[in-house]
Design a protein around this ligand. Structure first.
Ligand SMILES: [Zn+2]
Length: 168
């Protein structure tokens, strides 16, 4: 598995001086390191992890957000059950998206399996960005995604304010 820390460090659970320095100067966060250690331990149990790249990890309200490499989301979706097993192993809800994809794809991965109908970007005079996302259909109590959580994740990772609407 490709991690933001060296694979040797991940294996032994200790950071080398180089990664330690990255952590101290803010290139890596404590969460990046902790989640890297956790995932490295799970590779034996969940071999798909070995094909995945972790770019960054963060925690939002005690839930885990993994920013992955390009192509990783479709790889994971072609392996049903993987996300559930990962969540069980980590004991927490895990959100997955690709760290370097464009805003639309980034948000679509978080909202999956719901679909995005349209997405518009609005720039405010102060330079901040709002994205208006329309989801087809009516919002019911069965809607599977915690949209408030998605909004927080998008704000924390990309600095974008999301406005979600359901449209029929
Ligand atoms: Zn290292």
């Amino acid at each position: 598995m490709k991690l933001p820390i060296c694979s040797f460090d991940a294996k032994i659970g200790v950071l080398c001086p180089k990664c330690e320095l990255k952590l101290r100067n803010g290139e890596l966060t404590r969460t990046d390191v902790d989640i890297s250690f956790m995932l490295a331990k799970l590779v034996g149990k969940l071999p798909l992890l070995d094909k995945i790249t972790l770019k960054r990890a963060l925690e939002v309200d005690g839930e885990i957000v993994l920013l992955l490499g390009q192509g990783d989301i479709s790889l994971i979706r072609s392996n049903p059950g993987f996300v559930e097993e990962l969540q069980t192993a980590l004991g927490r809800r895990v959100w997955l998206t690709e760290g370097e994809s464009d805003d639309r794809k980034f948000i679509e991965s978080l909202i999956f399996p719901a679909r995005v109908m349209t997405m518009n970007t609005v720039w405010l005079p102060d330079g901040s960005k709002i994205m208006k996302v329309n989801i087809p259909g009516r919002r019911t109590s069965k809607f599977p995604i915690d949209l408030e959580k998605v909004k927080r994740i998008v704000k924390e990772t990309r600095g974008i304010d999301l406005v979600v609407r359901f449209e029929r």
